[in-house]
Design a binder for this molecule. Structure first.
Ligand SMILES: Nc1nc2c(c(=O)[nH]1)N[C@H]1C(S)=C(S)[C@@H](COP(=O)(O)OP(=O)(O)OC[C@H]3O[C@@H](n4cnc5c(=O)[nH]c(N)nc54)[C@H](O)[C@@H]3O)O[C@H]1N2
Ligand SMILES: Nc1nc2c(c(=O)[nH]1)N[C@H]1C(S)=C(S)[C@@H](COP(=O)(O)OP(=O)(O)OC[C@H]3O[C@@H](n4cnc5c(=O)[nH]c(N)nc54)[C@H](O)[C@@H]3O)O[C@H]1N2
Ligand SMILES: [Mo]
Length: 759
């Protein structure tokens, strides 16, 4: 990873903000849009975003309001940046690659690489070459087909996906991998909401959230936001929270950082927000210790149970528990046995704070819990989310208006990609349906997830690494190991819109295949095409780009994948037809994936349609026992040795994952640099350090130490013992073997570190 130190950057630190969005946000997003796209293109593009005749925002997976309630400008600051980033006028063409060698490009950081603009034509790196050089599409596709055909075992190929791929692209992509004979389909979800999927599938029988936007806006009486920073990562959620708030809902935020989105919200879409003081969103804020949430929810459950024990019939929904659940008695015994002192120490919260939360819960007729990466990226993540399910089940807060678990997804179509079969361990029912539809037997042996893939790369067990989007080496843990391991491949292939680090950490030979983005018109043999996506709340809808393609050399992801399918297998499953007319793909999806009957007709309706979810629709739970399951989750936290701290890695306000738009983090008061580490002032003082000092952050793990050099220490209001730094700069510190139990998600929110004064 290119390593500029904090002292080469001019970082300045101002006060953290207590107000979010409003006028500064609009100014910031429009400035960025104008710079990248120019004025006319900016307005033309942004006004089409998230409208029924336009394209789905490529940023986060927050749902759209129903068509009657959409505003002229239905986008947020960060969505506008994501679009401007894609629709930029800058180009990375053959001349650019002729000028810059791979070594030269590798010495640049992610920000620099992506800012040179869109890729324009296929590029090939020959064995031993120092520069990427142009190649025709036909030759590129033939080359990939040839190398895949030559594999001694299809499991020596890996097909990575990032969550921007449309449903149609994801469907043909998994079909290609399985037709070849492998389930090696790692994706960004393995690093993201895998823990949510694992916990929810086991306990309620679906691996996704079971609330709707309507539940959140119009029905929930209490909304708990835990381990999520909506002001930055799902800004349009603030509008929904404001609605909820104004009709009297209470909001509790649980987070080691006092994020700006919990404070005063100035909605840029209303006069009140533009001119007035806005709405205070969170009624209370609990500064939990990093990784303290399992203890916290276990403690709340213990408190609720104690109230029920004292006054039977007062607190729990006995009727719901008896009718719909199993495992209650064992869970209850588990809570009774817990020790308050241990729980409060692990959570870093007082008994009073926890009892107050329990009271807020009993006063609310319906409760929604929203969460994101603050919960999923810990060793005990799956247990924590299971404990949240327990919390909801205790009072029947599932399958009725305004209640339920709501994991807030990341990438705009990461949920849809899973629904389409991008998963290394899809269940047999899906594989059977695929077999029946296409007449070949898909492999049954589970494939590799992201962490397994890195280990396989390291151990020379991968020959062809193919990526449909994403930035594998920067997004994954243990950056140095991952970067070095890519060189063990014979061929690396990236389908991408912009240049990033992963394209420079290549195998013996490499291909870069430039594709259309969401904002662009997609014309195939059967005419203009649209694609579909699924949001965080299971709404499926169409997305069609409006801009002319960034270059004549671009192809759609679907065109690339189906061309490869055809080169490998001829017309066995109709690759050509699928590439020519996406309705053919949707027909196959209709036959293979549950919930998609009459797909073409229903997706033509404005706003699309909602996929069925048993727990939400009818309180049916397709678990191992056919009931919603209480589970026993003994509270644990990460052992932090004396003198050490627990590091979580977060996103700034000026990035989308590994794409860094700019070097500021406005809400947290940071300007001009990203190599910062947020530390409690007392923890700095104990180490004879002060705000502004340069430190090395050193992580310690059984397999040795890892070091991130020269970060600026920032005194910050986070609980003692906890620190934070930005992803992806801090990924060098995350040990490959430090993963969540069950889900295998890198534990990038609980890394044991110490600080050393930079030498
Ligand atoms: N603008 C923008 N939007 C995005 C993204 C982006 O990078 N930029 N990324 C997208 C993606 S892929 C995703 S997955 C989502 C991510 O959305 P978030 O999960 O909101 O993203 P993070 O920055 O990882 O923030 C995690 C939050 O959890 C808190 N946290 C950390 N550790 C703990 C803990 O132990 N307990 C609790 N209770 N809280 C903790 C952090 O302080 C932080 O507020 O956003 C999506 N949307
Ligand atoms: N330490 C730490 N690590 C983390 C996280 C963390 O919180 N902390 N978060 C994790 C999470 S939640 C996630 S989701 C992963 C993200 O992992 P990825 O999804 O792999 O990473 P991104 O940065 O989202 O990928 C950006 C790249 O996608 C390409 N791209 C953009 N749009 C398109 C498109 O339309 N088509 C194609 N083909 N390519 C496109 C561009 O080339 C761009 O450079 O990172 C994970 N890594
Ligand atoms: Mo994510």
């Amino acid at each position: 990873m290119a390593d500029s130190s904090a002292n080469e950057q001019e970082i300045s630190v101002g006060p953290l903000k207590k107000t979010s969005v409003g006028v500064p946000a609009i100014a910031s997003s429009m400035r960025y849009a104008y710079e990248e796209m120019g004025t006319r293109r900016s307005l033309q593009t942004l006004l089409k975003m998230n409208h029924v005749d336009g394209f789905d925002c490529p940023s986060c997976a927050w749902p759209d309001p129903d068509p009657e309630h959409r505003k002229t400008a239905e986008f947020c600051e960060n969505g506008a940046k994501a679009v401007a980033w894609e629709a930029t006028r800058k180009r990375v063409d053959a001349a650019f690659f002729a000028e810059h060698s791979i070594a030269d490009l590798r010495s640049q950081d992610d920000h620099w690489l992506e800012h040179h603009g869109r890729l324009t034509e296929p590029m090939y790196l020959a064995p031993g070459a120092t520069h990427y050089a142009p190649i025709s599409w036909d030759d590129a596709i033939a080359l990939v087909a040839d190398r895949l055909r030559g594999l001694p075992d299809p499991n020596r190929a890996v097909f990575y996906t990032s969550g921007r791929a449309s449903n149609e692209a994801a469907f043909v992509y998994q079909l290609l991998a399985r037709r070849l004979g492998t389930n090696n389909l790692p994706d960004c979800s393995n690093m993201c909401h895998e823990s949510s999927g694992a916990a929810l599938s086991e306990t309620i029988g679906v691996g996704k959230g079971v609330v709707t936007l309507d539940d959140l806006e119009h029905h929930a009486e209490l909304i708990v936001i835990v381990g999520q920073n909506p002001g930055t990562n799902h800004p349009r959620m603030l509008t929904a929270l404001e609605h909820a708030k104004r009709r009297g809902a209470r909001i509790v935020a649980i987070n080691p950082l006092p994020e700006a989105g919990f404070g005063r919200f100035r909605n840029p879409q209303t006069p009140r927000g533009l001119a007035g003081t806005g709405t205070v969103l969170a009624d209370s804020y609990l500064p939990v210790r990093v990784n303290g949430d399992l203890a916290l929810f276990a403690a709340v459950n213990k408190a609720l149970l104690a109230r029920e024990d004292d006054h039977p019939g007062s607190t729990l929904d006995r009727d719901f528990i008896e009718r719909y659940c199993d495992g209650f008695d064992a869970a209850a015994q588990g809570w009774r046995d817990l020790d308050w002192d241990v729980l409060t120490a692990q959570a870093g919260l007082s008994r009073r704070q926890i009892e107050d939360l329990a009271s807020a819960v009993t006063e609310a007729g319906s409760v929604i819990v929203c969460w994101a990466m603050g919960l999923t990226q810990h060793r005990n993540a799956v247990a924590t989310i299971r404990e949240i399910v327990n919390f909801l089940l205790l009072r029947g807060n599932i399958g009725r208006p305004g209640a339920g678990p709501s994991p807030i997804r990341g990438h705009s179509n990461v949920q849809g990609d899973r629904t389409m079969g991008i998963w290394e361990k899809m269940p047999d029912a899906f594989l059977d349906a695929l077999r029946d539809e296409f007449g070949f037997d898909p492999p049954r042996q589970h494939g590799w997830d992201t962490v397994d893939t890195i280990r396989a790369l390291r151990d020379h067990r991968v020959d062809v690494f193919f990526a449909l989007g994403g930035n594998f080496v920067s997004a994954t843990p243990d950056t140095e190991l991952t970067e070095a391991s890519m060189a063990n491949c014979a061929l690396t292939v990236h389908v991408a819109t912009k240049l990033n680090r992963s394209h420079l950490c290549h195998g013996t030979e490499a291909l870069l295949l430039p594709c259309l983005g969401r904002t662009e018109r997609d014309v195939q043999a059967a005419g203009e095409q649209f694609v579909t996506v699924e949001d965080s709340m299971s709404m499926v809808h169409a997305s069609s780009g409006r801009l002319a393609p960034g270059s004549d050399g671009l192809r759609s992801e679907i065109a690339i994948v189906t061309a490869l399918g055809h080169a490998l297998f001829g017309d066995d499953v109709g690759w050509r037809q699928m590439g020519a007319d996406y309705r053919v793909i949707r027909k196959h999806i209709e036959h293979v994936v549950p919930g998609f009957q009459a797909f073409e007709e229903r997706v033509a309706q404005p706003g699309g349609f909602m996929l069925p979810r048993g727990p939400h629709d009818s309180r049916t739970f397709k678990t191992a026992t056919g009931k919603a399951r209480f589970t026993v989750n003994p509270p644990t936290t990460v052992e932090v040795p004396e003198g050490h701290l627990l590091l979580q890695t977060v996103r700034s306000h000026d990035q989308f994952n590994t794409t860094v738009y700019g070097l500021d983090d406005r809400y947290r008061g940071i300007k001009g640099g990203r190599r910062v580490v947020f530390v409690n002032a007392d923890d700095l003082r104990d180490r004879a350090l002060a705000d502004g000092d340069l430190v090395d952050v050193v992580s310690v793990a059984p397999d040795g130490e890892r070091r991130a050099k020269a970060f600026r220490a920032v005194a910050y209001p986070t609980p003692r013992g906890c620190v934070a730094a930005y992803f992806p700069e801090a990924n060098v510190l995350v040990p490959i073997d430090s993963v969540a139990e069950v889900s295998n998600t890198p534990a990038s929110k609980s890394v044991v570190v110490r600080l050393e004064r930079a030498g």
